[in-house]
Ligand binder design. Structure first.
Ligand SMILES: *Cc1c(COP(=O)(O)O)cnc(C)c1O
Ligand code: SF4
Length: 339
């Protein structure tokens, strides 16, 4: 088939792909769109060669023009501090490269596995704990799904498959449907979960077809989004998430606690309330993983716990996420306690 015709076909069928293709890919482009200049960042910007800039336009449009401290901008703009080395910050803080037991599978906790369904993301988050992960080796071409499925089929203790990545919603709906169909063929699997940030930065990704796929399967489905700040949410999110909710998909959210972005009680409380208004329940509030290049986002455990206490004091229990840290070698995410 001629390439041009195929490309047109993709764009007509899935409009989110078109939005994705038009993403901003450099700091210069991003700053120009926001009417900012390098001089607004006296500590310097980074060349970001190793982990390039990638920002979809709808996410950029939710940033405030002329504000160098915008909480959405800070998540995606590479700054020179990323290049500093700090003791205790490593390229694989979770020890995932050791739990990568079969190609594209991370089996760390009882009963559930991560299946790395797609290698890329729609947005490159500067704090990401996978910024150094060897995605390309784990890229599951459709032909390679078989080894992941065989691994799952051979372990009857696995009752939940979590599609992760990269970002699993980078897969086209047709491919996602095919993968889910194959997972549902494994009798002991009961639940399907998708962890994704893509719909946060491009709400159009929540297609009607996605809703159908998640409800047509015998598996109970949940979708965990990754919203860090209330400003990331829009009326289009509410509209699309309501469809998923009405179809019976469980909708949750996880947040990473980030200095300069969401490290105040006011922002975290507003986030929980806005999540609820958008049909999402807060699930986890993660303390930052100690990944090299992200230390400028770190919030101390003592401060994280103090923020959590303020959330407890002001929100209904179901709007308070679990405050956790991911530790290598632990059988579950570790709740943070008072000191
Ligand atoms: C977070 C995580 C899970 C899921 O844990 P839940 O507590 O069930 O949300 C599974 N596997 C890995 C490797 C994880 O990091
Ligand atoms: S895995 Fe998630 S946090 Fe990391 S870059 Fe991709 S979207 Fe961002």
């Amino acid at each position: 088939m001629p390439i041009v015709a195929q490309t047109e076909n993709i764009f007509i069928k899935t409009d989110w792909r078109h939005v994705l293709a038009q993403s901003l890919r450099s700091s210069d482009e991003l700053l120009a769109a926001l009417e900012l200049h390098p001089e607004n960042f006296p500590d310097g910007l980074s060349a970001a060669k190793q982990f390039p800039v990638l920002v979809p336009r709808p996410f950029m449009q939710r940033m405030q023009k002329g504000n160098p401290r915008d909480p959405l901008l800070l998540q995606v703009l590479p700054q020179r501090v990323e290049e500093e080395m700090h003791p205790g910050y490593t390229v694989d803080p979770l020890g995932e490269q050791n739990t990568n037991v079969a190609t594209g599978i991370i089996h760390k906790y009882h009963g559930r596995v991560l299946l790395l369904a797609a290698s890329g993301c729609a947005v490159n988050c500067r704090y990401c704990f996978r910024r150094h992960f060897p995605y390309n080796e784990n890229r599951l071409a459709r032909a390679q799904w078989q080894s992941a499925l065989t691994y799952i089929a051979q372990d009857a203790s696995i009752s939940e498959v979590i599609l992760s990545g990269g970002d699993p919603l980078m897969l086209q709906d047709e491919h996602l449907a095919e993968l889910i169909e194959q997972i549902s063929g494994i009798e002991h699997v009961q639940r399907l979960r998708i962890h994704s940030r893509l719909p946060v930065v491009i709400a159009e990704r929540l297609t009607d077809q996605l809703t159908e796929i998640l409800t047509a399967t015998r598996l109970r489905s949940s979708l965990v989004l990754h919203v860090n700040h209330p400003q990331e949410l829009s009326p289009l999110h509410a509209e699309r998430l309501l469809k998923l909710r009405q179809a019976g998909v469980t909708l949750l959210n996880q947040t990473v606690l980030l200095k300069g972005v969401n490290d105040t009680a006011e922002v975290l409380i507003e986030l929980s309330e806005q999540l609820f208004n958008h049909y999402l329940l807060p699930y986890y509030l993660h303390v930052l993983d100690r990944v090299q290049g992200a230390q400028h986002f770190d919030v101390s455990s003592a401060q994280a716990y103090a923020l959590y206490q303020q959330m407890l004091a002001r929100l209904p229990g179901y709007l308070v996420p679990k405050l956790v840290r991911e530790e290598a070698g632990q059988p579950h995410k570790t709740p943070l306690h008072a000191f």
